[in-house]
Design a protein around this ligand. Structure first.
Ligand code: ATP
Ligand code: FE2
Length: 332
């Protein structure tokens, strides 16, 4: 089976062709905002400008490997969650391809794609997933036909929270990696608000308090304290999800997962609990076309395709809205 998938929920336009076992090709064009964060309409214009060339280059690379467009079985696209204008641009490109090749459309939930690509590219089988990216922060695990959300942010995603604090501190976008660098040279920990409500998280108060702390403390110490506080919060919720589900694996997903200190904290927690800790290769952590194509492939093979009428995008598409047709309980 060959599935072509297109990701474009936010800053990254990326398309890939995959089979059950192989990535045939992937082509990516990244939108880089001139200043500040992502402007949804500018990002969408970027995607519209590059969509045709990304697809053309992808098909050319596939041809070099002996795969013709006529062999493609379905077109997957990121249906949500994400920025409305970006989602609509990518959906339009996907519909055109689906019509011209005469193959079905597959609407993929972006968060689930982060999970499935991680399960594909690591030995994880049935993990508790810590998904921490720019816009999203969720602790997720499969249970009875759905990916259930055990805990999530009540306000902004951890990545956006880090980026927002970094912007106030005068650091360039994206702030996450910069904060990680500064944190390495800290000399002391400054107490900051640690906010967990039930199993849910909140980062906006932490960001505000950290910005305030900059008036009195060096940037290095605030970056360090911010990371320690925020990461301890997400690790606590992930640990409680392990205890609750009785599962034995943690899978890390999303762009914030690049952070070495977060990985270290998760690894320690897993060692203490006798759980396995899995992190996919870096190229599969941030947004990528492969994750959409591969999840599309699983969906296609289990009959989850869309008609054109059903292919509207959903900026608020929730992880637990998706009926998981491709996992057979007895195989787990
Ligand atoms: P989504 O649409 O899934 O919410 P996204 O489009 O925001 O994701 P990702 O690539 O998953 O994109 O994540 C980007 C975020 O990851 C940014 O907020 C960035 O600051 C953060 N990030 C990247 N590297 C690091 C790092 N080393 N430490 C902390 N945060 C990081
Ligand atoms: Fe993402």
């Amino acid at each position: 089976t060959f599935i072509l998938g297109i990701e474009g929920t936010a800053w990254n336009l990326s398309a890939a062709i995959v089979t059950e076992t192989e990535i045939i090709a992937e082509v990516t064009e990244t939108y880089k905002p001139e200043a500040g964060g992502i402007h949804p309409r500018e990002a969408a214009q970027h995607h519209a400008k590059y969509a045709a060339s990304v697809i053309r280059r992808l098909l050319a690379e596939a041809k070099k490997k002996g795969i013709q467009p006529s062999e493609i079985d379905g077109i997957a696209f990121s249906q949500g969650p994400g920025l409305g204008p970006c989602l609509r641009t990518v959906a339009t490109a996907a519909r055109m391809l689906s019509i011209s090749l005469g193959v079905p459309l597959i609407g993929v939930n972006h968060c689930i794609a982060h999970i499935e690509v991680g399960i594909w590219r690591t030995p994880a089988k049935d993990p508790v997933v810590l998904y921490v990216s720019g816009a999203n922060s969720q602790v997720i695990s499969y249970m009875e036909g759905r990916y259930r959300v055990f805990g999530e942010t009540l306000d902004i995603g951890l990545g956006n929270a880090l980026d927002k604090f970094a912007r106030r501190a005068g650091l360039p976008h994206p702030g996450g990696p910069k904060i990680e660098e500064y944190a390495k040279n800290a000399t002391r920990y400054i107490p900051l608000p640690y906010v967990i409500k039930g199993m849910d998280l909140s980062f906006s108060g932490l960001s505000t308090a950290a910005s305030e702390a900059l008036k009195k403390a060096p940037l290095e110490d605030v970056c360090y304290s911010y990371q320690e506080t925020a990461f301890a919060m997400v690790v606590e919720v992930a640990e409680r999800a392990l205890a609750h589900t009785g599962k034995k694996e943690i899978l890390l997903a999303g762009g914030v997962g690049a952070n070495a200190r977060l990985r270290e904290m998760l690894n320690e927690m897993c060692e203490a609990r006798g759980a396995k800790f899995y992190v996919p290769e870096k190229r599969f952590m941030g947004d990528n076309g492969t994750m959409i194509a591969y999840t599309g492939l699983l969906m296609y093979k289990s009959g989850s395709t869309l008609s054109l009428e059903e292919s509207r995008v959903n900026p608020n598409f929730r992880t637990d809205d998706v009926k998981v047709t491709w996992i057979k309980e007895e195989e787990m």
